[in-house]
Design a protein around this ligand. Structure first.
Ligand SMILES: Nc1ncnc2c1ncn2[C@@H]1O[C@H](COP(=O)(O)OP(=O)(O)OP(=O)(O)O)[C@@H](O)[C@H]1O
Ligand SMILES: [Zn+2]
Length: 895
């Protein structure tokens, strides 16, 4: 679905929505068909547990081995960074407390997370008695030089802190796993046997204390995860009766009451009342959004003031927030490329080092070496270093924090791999309608062509057929007809069809009607295409009835607030932006003008397949490609790109599924923010890996070159673990984004949000405005390199064909003139600026022609159609870029 700037839909869409909601009668819970029931009838329930004992991937296997064999447990998911275990089980067969007991027997410190709680349940704020006792005793033992018997207290410190370690080592031993606790205990025993009591005490204390600190550090992340997972209240109030029922028992079509201060429990449309809703939990948007019938509201958002009655449009399990939670969960468990690499190394690392440690101790012994104690200490240092804990944590914790950060700012990213790809992006391709523009058209003109039909008849046909379409143009056309007192009758339309990239058709009273762009004419066997070129850059539509052109209209749409800034921000990051649109050249150019000419390439009149091949082309010539689209005709291109980002919140089930990331709000500025977050994450992971490997290497080098220091080895082990966690958590804190426009004194976040909120309000008030468009971006951004203002886009039809010549090829390109420098850039060092866009003027390029195409390096907008193209099949062929990238018919028929 195309995300509008406001959830307030055009009347037609709202009506369609209502229609969608009305049919299912309100059957209350407890209905008989529980058998295959998706919710109420399902016996499986999910329990979220906080498990403090999960410190690295070693425990994942342990938890699985403990829980999976239990009868009634269907699936076990361990989210290491937030120390969460999600168990899907049959409550009749196995209770929550049974599961908790099973985990606690192995010393994993598990507790059930309460539904609706916002903090990670039993997170230890204070160190356990074991840590305190061990620390206290160790401290006193430091006085041993004064009073030698005190050295025994160090041994006591080791014993005092050891029980939890012992318990876990035992449990994992029973599960045939070698974990860090066991390794540490061997080291403690070894140190004690060698008479290094202080070392033994230090190992235990450092290890247990660091674990506690790590748990503390994870609290924040855990809390974030919990808020995501438990935003929705468990109970709802039915509007009619005031009855309180479980949210899982609410059927589609039920009307529920949401009072001020309450969280909306289900997705739905407002049918009564008026209020402002804080959607920040879902969209990251910090300003409340006004709601009145028939606005859409989403589960998990907060009703700030006023009462609203909401008719539900989805079951609790299918709500946007539930889908989002599933995606977040899946994302956290999907392992990225880096992580898979680290994990596969770690698999061999531990056994390898243990074998090495054993041979370092045993070989000198067998050979009768002199300095046996030193060899043994070296072996212990190796043993302590055998846990690649920090290395294993370096990727997932960073990924987790970044995903959480992204979710909080309203970007849903489907996993670590996507985050890593985001960090590599070189090109961003934007869809126009609904992505760069608002997708809210206004009609500039509507005309009868010829004298075969009357205006009222034409409007009736158009509005009736368009009522069945969800294209943004359709809403505008229906609204226009209604403003002329013509009521659409979609029920009279038969054989309704959608032609992607062309338009729609239907039959009313036996008359075949086509509505769409120039391409639909060929399909409708109408070859009398008038040259209707709108000089204000509107999209032109045609109405063809039984093969005769009877009507034409033009409509326009304005750019989203922030679109130009987003593209500028990307450019400052060295990423070039291009437009891929199904709309006309005029409309594409108009959007480019509104943006101040910031886009580097425009490709227009594209079919969905053309978008795919252009994405492939961009990938091949520029590198990793990001595609932002509204997820309908863009779906194939979204899937084909390295990172596909879908826009919008409402009804975007399909979009959420096909894309790699979803913007939960329509704020396009989140795109550069997400890319920046991806880059930040990559840098964080790299630093984590360097630190965790470096620390181990340093300790080992020290042990070989100077003396084996057991406590230093332990410190390097647990210290780097802690460091990695803390460093990764910096990702949570920073509102990710290079924020260069902020640094440059751009508008503060609050101002933009206020502007958006005001825009939404005015839309809610029904204040639709024309071309002047308060929200459109008309300012002319300056060049990033030299700060000098860009040249205005003086030529109305300028951006037809865009070449990105390689610097050396400039000479071969006579058309790359000063006039053609659309960006007016100084040509400074930055990548984005160094390749100035060149524009062929309309005079030298025939309409739609590549204008004499470059020699190999010329980049031409992929066009597939000219005014006539015979059958529909031919029009669908993806653009052939071979040679000149221009289709011959197009060149020869240029006007
Ligand atoms: N319901 C419709 N009514 C009238 N024209 C339509 C309709 N649907 C599509 N069209 C025509 O087909 C063209 C291409 O549509 P398509 O959905 O592929 O792209 P778009 O939404 O205009 O642009 P973008 O690709 O930037 O989102 C539209 O510009 C319009 O001219
Ligand atoms: Zn679109």
């Amino acid at each position: 679905m195309r995300g509008g700037d406001s959830p307030a839909k055009a009347p037609a869409e709202a009506a369609a929505l209502e229609e969608r909601l009305l049919p299912p009668p309100v059957t209350r819970s407890g209905d008989a068909g529980a058998g295959g029931g998706k919710r109420g009838g399902s016996k499986w329930e999910k329990t979220y547990l906080d498990v403090l004992g999960v410190c690295c991937s070693a425990e994942v296997a342990l938890v699985e081995r403990l829980l999976k064999p239990i009868d009634g447990v269907r699936s076990v998911t361990v989210v290491v960074p937030s120390r969460t275990v999600v168990v899907e089980h049959d409550p009749a067969a196995v209770s929550q407390s049974h599961i908790v007991k099973a985990l606690n027997k192995a010393g994993l410190e598990a507790s059930v997370r309460a539904y609706g709680s916002t903090s990670g349940g039993g997170v230890a704020r204070w160190p356990s008695p074991y840590v305190v006792a061990s620390g206290g005793l160790l401290l006193v033992s430091l006085l041993a030089p004064l009073l030698p018997p005190l050295r025994w207290l160090a041994l006591a410190a080791a014993c005092a802190g050891a029980p939890p370690m012992l318990l876990r080592a035992l449990a994992s031993g029973l599960a045939l796993a070698l974990d860090i606790n066991a390794l540490m205990l061997v080291a403690v025993a070894g140190a004690a046997a060698l008479g290094d009591y202080a070392e033994a005490g230090a190992i235990v204390f450092l290890f247990t204390a660091a674990e506690w600190l790590e748990t503390l550090a994870c609290t924040k992340a855990s809390a974030g995860m919990s808020t995501l997972l438990t935003m929705v209240p468990p109970r709802v109030v039915l509007a009619g009766t005031g009855e309180v029922v479980s949210v899982r028992d609410v059927e589609v079509g039920t009307v529920v009451a949401v009072r001020a201060g309450e969280v909306v429990p289900v997705d739905g449309v407002v049918v009564d009342g008026q209020s402002e809703v804080d959607e920040s939990s879902l969209t990251g948007e910090s300003f409340p959004v006004p709601k009145l019938p028939p606005s859409e509201v989403w589960a998990g958002t907060m009703n700030m003031d006023g009462y609203i009655a909401v008719r539900t449009t989805a079951l609790a399990d299918d709500s946007t927030v539930a889908r989002m939670q599933r995606l977040v969960e899946a994302a956290q468990n999907s392992r990225s490329k880096t992580q898979r690499l680290v994990d596969s190394c770690a698999k061999y690392y531990t056994p390898g080092v243990v074998v090495l440690a054993a041979s370092v101790a045993l070989v000198p012994l067998l050979l009768g070496a002199k300095d046996l104690k030193r060899w043994c200490q070296l072996a212990l240092v190796l043993l302590v270093s055998a846990c690649p804990c920090a290395l294993v944590l370096s990727t997932p914790v960073a990924t987790f924090c970044a995903l959480l950060r992204a979710a909080r700012m309203g970007v849903l990213i489907k996993g670590g791999d996507v985050l890593e790809s985001l960090g590599e992006i070189r090109v961003a391709a934007f869809d126009k309608t609904g992505t760069i523009t608002k997708g809210q058209f206004s009609i500039d003109g509507f005309h009868v062509v010829g004298d075969k039909v009357e205006m009222s008849q034409l409007l009736y046909w158009v509005s009736s057929i368009e009522s069945k379409s969800s294209h943004p143009m359709a809403a505008a056309l229906v609204e226009y007809s209604q403003s002329k007192s013509i009521q659409p009758k979609p029920e009279n339309v038969t054989e309704f069809r959608i032609f992607p990239g062309e338009g729609i058709s239907g039959v009313i009273n036996g008359r075949q009607i086509f509505i769409g762009n120039r391409r639909i004419m060929a399909r409708s066997s109408c070859y009398t295409a008038p040259e209707m070129d709108d000089h204000r850059g509107a999209s032109i539509g045609y109405v063809i009835v039984d093969g005769d052109l009877v009507g034409a209209f033009s409509l326009s749409d304005d750019c989203r607030t922030g679109a130009a800034e987003a593209i500028m921000e990307l450019r400052s990051m060295g990423i070039k932006s291009v437009m891929l649109t199904g709309d006309s050249r005029a409309a594409a150019t108009r959007a480019q003008q509104q943006l101040g000419g910031v886009l580097e390439e425009l490709h227009y009149e594209l079919l969905p397949a053309d978008k795919v091949s252009l994405v492939g082309d961009l990938k091949a010539r520029a590198g990793a490609t990001l595609m932002v689209g509204d997820g309908m005709n863009d779906a194939p291109a979204l899937a084909a790109s390295d990172v596909g980002v879908s826009m919008g919140l409402s009804g975007s089930a399909a979009a959420m599924e096909t894309s790699h990331a979803t913007l939960m709000s329509s704020d396009i500025l989140r795109v550069p923010a997400a890319v920046a977050l991806g880059r930040c994450t990559r840098a964080t992971i790299a630093a984590n890996v360097v630190v965790s490997v470096g620390a181990k290497a340093a300790v080992l080098a020290l042990a070989v070159a100077w003396r084996p220091l057991l406590w230093a080895a332990v410190l390097a082990d647990v210290g780097t673990c802690l460091l990695v966690v803390l460093h990764s958590m910096l990702l949570l804190r920073e509102p990710a984004g290079t924020g260069s426009w902020r640094r440059r004194g751009g508008p503060p976040e609050a101002c933009r949000a206020t502007a958006r909120s005001l825009a939404m309000r005015s839309q809610l008030d029904g204040a639709s405005n024309g071309g002047a468009a308060g929200g459109s971006v008309r300012r002319e951004p300056g060049c990033r390199c030299c700060q000098k203002p860009r040249k205005p886009f003086e030529q109305e039809h300028a951006a037809v064909v865009i070449d990105i010549p390689a610097p050396s090829a400039d000479a071969e390109h006579p058309r790359a003139t000063a006039k053609g420098d659309a960006t007016g850039c100084c040509g400074g060092a930055r990548v984005a600026c160094a390749a100035p866009t060149t524009v062929t003027s309309v005079n030298c390029a025939p309409r739609g022609c590549c204008g004499g195409k470059g020699k190999g390096d010329s980049r031409v907008s992929a066009r597939t159609s000219c005014s006539s193209n015979g059958g529909g099949g031919a029009a669908r062929d993806p653009p052939k870029k071979a040679g000149n990238g221009c289709n011959a018919r197009c060149c020869s028929s240029g006007k």
